[in-house]
Write a new protein. Structure first.
Length: 418
């Protein structure tokens, strides 16, 4: 086990740290105060694009330019093999960017959450069209992933957006909600059902282009936190989609494993989301630690000082444990080992710990903690709650984990992963 950031990745990590501190943090504070998403024409997004930090730009396979890790490897001259530790790098990067500002990070241009299903399920032609679009676009462009509906969140089998086949088209009808970057997205991966009675077997995913008649944005949500990020409601009314835009083509869905394969991409994103929660809490923790340190309170021998030091130590320890869980899930992924349980464990563990740490920061600051002066901690407190909700709620993760605890029945447990 190696806990150092490998030499060849340090340059990237340092660049991300600089960007998080100098760019994301001030912008995040500005838009948190404005309580609105950063507009798509903000010059910051051009900078993100120029730096090659768009989210999910690259699809799999040579036909569309290689893998994301391949592209990053090329840009920074690092090995393209297993030793790149791309999943580990993603976890480290996710924490640092969230430490800067997670609302801003979620609004980075690029295909975003639409990339994994296209990469896993798309036909070679669809991948080429989709990823080429983002690569060749001169101005920043966004993608979005639309699964959640008013009546279907954790239980995705309940989606009711319908896809009816008519000649060479599918007709979509239904509503999606809480869609990140949904209003600005040029392409949205929309999940619908050809028959609600079939459950998951009836699900289909479509590539839907902005401006298609029958597709409109119903609203931009007003949220408690993550203000810099846009969260939209989408409506489909007799929206006609050419059959070529059915992701993977009809044959893809005849294999039961097909859809499952796409969902497995979440084994990477769950630890990344957990790492983001750690980043937000680390921002509040460091702020509080420095505040007390700079005010010399901790140098005095007193019960109060001892109590504050003990609380800070506990916070740091919890965050370190949560980070190790994320790194374990990423390490297994880098080693091409199964990591579903470990990914869910990290996701179940980190957000409540992060909320706990941030709450403690406010507690320590006492009545003074309510002053505007400590805005950064307030923002962290409002930003963090959703991390126990999206990408699978805490309860949903615990169900996944507990199922896996019994999956090894009849086989000897391995000491580390049983
Ligand atoms: C800021 C933000 C951005 C988002 N971005 C996207 C996006 O880009 N694309 C997208 O598709 N979705 C997105 N979502 C939606 C998100 O994935 C859902 O909110 C999440 O899946 C939970 O679904 P729900 O809100 O319907 O809650 P529900 O599933 O209705 O859950 C409500 C509560 O019941 C609990 N619960 C549910 N089922 C069980 C069970 N079987 N056992 C025990 N407890 C249970 C849950 O844990 C939760 O506490 C976003 C949400 C937010 C807030």
């Amino acid at each position: 086990m190696e806990f150092e950031i490998p030499e060849h990745l340090r340059q990237i990590v340092e660049l991300i740290k600089w960007f998080a501190k100098e760019k994301l943090r001030p912008l995040g504070i500005e838009y948190d105060k404005k309580q609105e998403p950063i507009p798509p024409d903000h010059p910051f997004f051009k900078e993100v694009k120029q730096m090659g930090l768009e989210i999910g730009t690259i699809g799999g396979g040579k036909e569309d330019g290689g893998t994301e890790s391949g592209r990053i490897a090329e840009r920074f001259g690092i090995p393209k093999d297993k030793s790149t530790m791309f999943a580990t790098l993603s976890i480290i990067g996710a924490e640092i960017l969230a430490w800067g500002d997670q609302g801003v990070t979620m609004s980075f241009p690029g295909p975003g959450l639409a990339a994994p299903p296209v990469r896993v399920m798309g036909t070679p032609e669809q991948k080429k069209m989709f990823f080429d679009f983002f690569r060749s676009s001169e101005s920043p462009a966004w993608g979005a992933f639309a699964l959640t509906e008013p009546g279907a969140g954790s239980d995705v089998a309940r989606i009711r957006t319908t896809a009816r086949k008519e000649g060479k088209y599918y007709i979509l009808n239904g509503e999606k909600m809480y869609i990140t970057n949904g209003a600005r997205a040029e392409w949205v991966v929309v999940f619908a059902t050809v028959d609600p009675k079939l459950g998951r077997a009836g699900h289909r995913a479509f590539l839907v282009r902005k401006g298609t008649p029958g597709f409109r944005v119903s609203r931009i949500e007003k949220k408690m936190g993550l203000h810099a990020s846009e969260t939209a409601g989408l409506v489909f009314e007799d929206c006609k989609i050419p059959e070529e835009q059915l992701l993977g083509g009809e044959s893809y869905y005849s294999s039961k494993e097909g859809f499952k394969g796409a969902m497995e991409t979440f084994n990477m994103t769950r630890p990344a989301v957990a790492a983001m929660a750690i980043g937000i809490a680390r921002c509040a923790y460091e702020y509080t630690r420095d505040y007390f340190s700079e005010n010399y309170l901790l140098n005095k021998v007193s019960i109060l000082s001892a109590k504050i030091k003990a609380e800070l130590e506990r916070m740091k320890r919890k965050l370190d444990i949560a980070r190790l869980m994320c790194l374990r899930a990423a390490y297994l992924m880098d080693m091409k080992q199964p990591n579903a349980k470990e990914a869910s464990q990290a996701k179940a563990y980190a957000p409540p710990i992060a909320l706990d740490v941030i709450t403690k920061c406010l507690d320590l600051l006492g009545e003074e903690g309510s002053l505007e002066y400590h805005h950064l901690v307030h923002k962290a407190y409002r930003d963090i709650k959703v991390f126990d909700i999206f990408e699978g709620t805490g309860q949903a993760q615990r169900i996944v984990i507990s199922k896996r605890l019994f999956a090894n029945k009849g086989r000897p447990p391995e000491w580390l992963h049983s």
